[in-house]
Structures are given as structure tokens and as C-alpha cells.
Ligand binder design. Structure first.
Ligand code: NAD
Length: 255
């Protein structure tokens, strides 16, 4: 199996390093809008080569996006049109129903898949199952140290309170988890989100509360920041790697 990676930042690097050790992966093609990022990563990955997306597309089986919402808009349709499976990290890009449905239809037509890792949160499996029976409420409270937002808040500050659609529009790089949660559960309009900057905390935390016919779900996790990007949770990289392994592995655990 050959892998294409769009975005050689924190998550793309972690994924490439892990993929380099997976025996089923023969070749890894790297692309980043910043040429140096892909060239630097290429030096650390034995099986890798730097190529533009249009040049590596005919050669790969799976494309991993770990770049930006814009990259998803620019490349997702092209990837699917080539009949290649796509893993999307910048999930906030899928908040527009028309864009998401366009990608869904293209994937259906070309018989390929769009994989959305659970990213920096846990409990997506429970929310997905619960949504079959009906969910009444899903709330996400995300608290990050102020440096994650590139600003200096001296007291705990609620930066956003509203639905997931507005959250991903206002915080395109900080709250992809709200998008994953929306897609798994009640959708972007009904999923409630609070984003908090707190100088007391040193870790990114996510609390999820959901009620429905299934009962009640509470998930709370404290994430270590990615050593290469304090705005990203390390868990997001691990989830990307786990998704790649799930695609390869014949045993599928969880839903
Ligand atoms: N789903 C989740 O839970 C979750 C968690 C953390 C981060 N993310 C998202 O995943 C993406 C990657 O995160 P990261 O921490 O690795 O970011 P990062 O900033 O460390 O790396 C992103 C890389 O992508 C490159 N890039 C940006 N736009 C590009 C484009 N149009 N084409 C090609 N390359 C491009 C940048 O130059 C950079 O090297 C971001 O969009 C981030 O918001 C999702």
C-alpha cells in the first residue's frame, strides 16, 4: 500500500514516522505548501519521496490530510475523483452541508472512503451508537492554555459559547473536535460548544456530555500538547496513526 500525505506539520510528521515502520506501507509521498517542511520530513522517512499532490495521486491508495481546512477544500474532491481513500484531520472543513454531501457523493460514485479519525477526543464511538437510538443533547467544553490561542489571558476566559457550526468557523484550527462530534451525533447546528482559555491549566481538556435514549454519557480527557505544536493535542496524532492501522488491519475494533 502507498500513502500520500498532505501537510508535513505536527500530525503529518507523527503519521509519517509511524507509517515508515508499518510493513504493509511500501511508499510514502509527502507534500506541504511550504517546500522546506516536506523536504525536511523526507530526510527522516526512509520510504518517502516529495511530490505534488497531482503527481502522487495515481501512485497511492490512501491520502492523509493533516494541513488545513483550505487544503481539504483544494484537494479532497480531486483525491476522491481519482478513486483514492481519504483521511481528513481538518474536520471543521466539513461544516457546510453542500460541500460534505458533494464529497460523500463523489466517494460513493468512485467506491472509496472518507475516514475521519476521532482526533483529540474520545467517546465518538459512544456518540455514534447513541445517535442510532436518538440523542437529546451533546455538549462539548474545550479548555486550553492561553498559548494555544496565541494570546495572553490572565484569567479564565470563555472565548466562545454557541453551536458547533459557529465554533468551527470562528476557530478553524482549534476546535476540529466539535466537528467530529457533530458528524457523529446531532449535527453542527445542535451540538453545543464552549471554548475556554484558562491560564491555570497546562493541558488541553475536553469534556463531553450527552443524553439520549441510551442513557447518559460523560467523557473527560486531559491531553498532552503535541511537542511540535502546542495548539494540537498529541492524541490527535495517535488517532491518525490508529486510523491508518485500522484501514490496514483485518480486525476492526470498535465501530
Ligand atoms: N481532528 C482533530 O481532532 C484535530 C486535532 C488537531 C489538529 N487538527 C487539524 O489537523 C491539521 C494539522 O494539524 P497540525 O497540528 O499538524 O498542524 P501544523 O500547523 O503543525 O501543520 C500543518 C502543516 O500543513 C501545511 N499546510 C497548510 N496548508 C496547506 C495546504 N493548503 N497544502 C499543503 N500543506 C499545507 C503547513 O505548512 C504545515 O506544515 C490542522 O488543520 C488542525 O486544525 C485536527
Amino acid at each position: 500500500m502507498n500513502l500520500g500525505i498532505i501537510g508535513c506539520g505536527a500530525i503529518g510528521t507523527d503519521l509519517a514516522l509511524a507509517a515508515d515502520k508499518i510493513k504493509e506501507i511500501e511508499k510514502i509521498y509527502l507534500y506541504d505548501i511550504k517546500e522546506n517542511a516536506s523536504k525536511d520530513l523526507c530526510k527522516k522517512i526512509t520510504k518517502s519521496e516529495v511530490k505534488k499532490v497531482k503527481d502522487f495521486l495515481p501512485l497511492v491508495d490512501v491520502v492523509f490530510e493533516g494541513a488545513s481546512q483550505k487544503a481539504v477544500k483544494d484537494y479532497a474532491e480531486e483525491v476522491l475523483n481519482a478513486g483514492k481513500n481519504l483521511i481528513i484531520m481538518s474536520v471543521g472543513s466539513l461544516f457546510k452541508d453542500s460541500f460534505r454531501k458533494k464529497l460523500q457523493n463523489k466517494a460513493r460514485e468512485k467506491k472509496c472512503k472518507i475516514y475521519i479519525p476521532s482526533g483529540a477526543i474520545c467517546g465518538i464511538d459512544g456518540i455514534l451508537s447513541a445517535s442510532i437510538g436518538g440523542i437529546d443533547e451533546v455538549t462539548l467544553v474545550t479548555t486550553k492554555p492561553p498559548e494555544s490561542f496565541g494570546k495572553n489571558y490572565s484569567i479564565r476566559t470563555v472565548l466562545f459559547k454557541g453551536n458547533a457550526k459557529d465554533a468551527v468557523k470562528k476557530f478553524p484550527t482549534n476546535i476540529n473536535v466539535a466537528a467530529s462530534l457533530s458528524l457523529a451525533g446531532m449535527g453542527f447546528n445542535l451540538t453545543q460548544v464552549q471554548i475556554v482559555a484558562d491560564p491555570v491549566v497546562s493541558r488541553i481538556s475536553h469534556k463531553i456530555l450527552a443524553h439520549g435514549k441510551f442513557g447518559r454519557l460523560r467523557v473527560e480527557l486531559e491531553n498532552m500538547p503535541n511537542p511540535n505544536n502546542p495548539g494540537s493535542s498529541y492524541m490527535a496524532s495517535l488517532s491518525a496513526i490508529a486510523t491508518l492501522k485500522k484501514i490496514i488491519d483485518p480486525i476492526q475494533i470498535g465501530i
